[in-house]
Design a binder for this molecule. Structure first.
Ligand code: SAH
Length: 255
């Protein structure tokens, strides 16, 4: 069985309990060495065979999985954050389907949420934004034309940019073109939850300069939106005048 496991954003205690148990028991690990914290591997059994996928192709990765499966061994494929976001797991799952090798996915804490925790903000603030767009600036991997940053920016909602720290000149231009006012709050979170985590707050109009000033070119998440300003309405959920399935409204006899 192949287990795609989300390693979390960096801090080794941010893997899930299920992921940690699988990692401690597995015979083979393939981990994304460029971003996964190697401290996680300390819990692996002494007999565990460890591969760093940073220098491997898809074909080589699948060959390791295939050999593990043929030998009746368990294999953990450790991806940074949550495997479903920019994890290149689809191509691996397709190959495993073709080879009729069983697999499962164990979710993880995305770096998006590691970064949000560092920012101490709610991404979906009532009266400000109730939507989050997760996207990236176009780099070597193309982004569909209909998902151009300027088109997405037209919604004015909270936006998170992965894989974009080195592309902020162009991204900033597109975000402004799409309609975010230049003074919209923004933040660059570098290495969220790692010991050297750093939070740089700026605005949409100063994103590129901010990244340049702090020499951030990789391993950073960009968050944009008015939710970062701390302004907004309180929620209806915890409003004393708002009844729901688990609580009566104050002064209401409703069952
Ligand atoms: N699946 C991962 C994302 C992989 S793509 C997840 O859910 O987090 C790699 C990108 O993720 C990086 O370019 C960066 O934008 C972001 N990233 C990964 N780890 C990060 C961290 N600790 N802090 C900030 N951004 C991070």
């Amino acid at each position: 069985m192949i287990h795609f496991v989300g390693a979390g954003p960096g801090a080794p205690d941010l893997i899930t309990v299920r992921g940690a148990r699988l990692l401690a028991a597995t015979d083979v690990v393939i981990y994304a060495g460029s971003l996964v914290n190697p401290a996680l591997l300390a819990s692996c059994a002494p007999h565990c065979e460890v591969h760093d996928s940073a220098g491997m192709t898809l074909e080589e990765t699948i060959a390791v999985m295939r050999a593990a499966d043929a030998a009746g061994k368990d294999c953990v494929r450790l991806h940074t954050g949550d495997p479903a976001l920019y994890g290149a797991i689809a191509e691996q799952m397709m190959e495993l389907d073709r080879l009729e090798i069983a697999y499962e996915v164990v979710p993880g804490v995305s770096s998006l949420f590691g970064a949000t925790a560092a920012l101490g903000c709610e991404l979906t603030r009532p009266g400000v934004s109730q939507s989050l767009i997760v996207t990236r600036a176009e780099g070597r991997t193309p982004v569909p034309e209909r998902e151009r940053l300027s088109l997405l920016a037209a919604h004015g909602c909270t936006m998170a940019l992965f894989l974009s720290a080195g592309l902020l000149e162009q991204a900033q231009e597109e975000l402004l073109l799409g309609g975010y006012p230049a003074e919209t709050p923004a933040a660059i979170v570098y290495r969220a939850t790692w010991p050297d985590e750093a939070v740089f707050r700026c605005t949409v109009g100063t994103l590129a300069r901010c990244a340049e000033e702090h020499a951030v070119t990789r391993t950073a998440l960009v968050v944009v939106g008015e939710v970062l300003s701390g302004q907004g309405d309180r929620s209806r959920l915890y409003d004393p005048g708002f009844a729901h399935g688990y609580r009566h409204a104050e002064g209401s006899a409703e069952q």
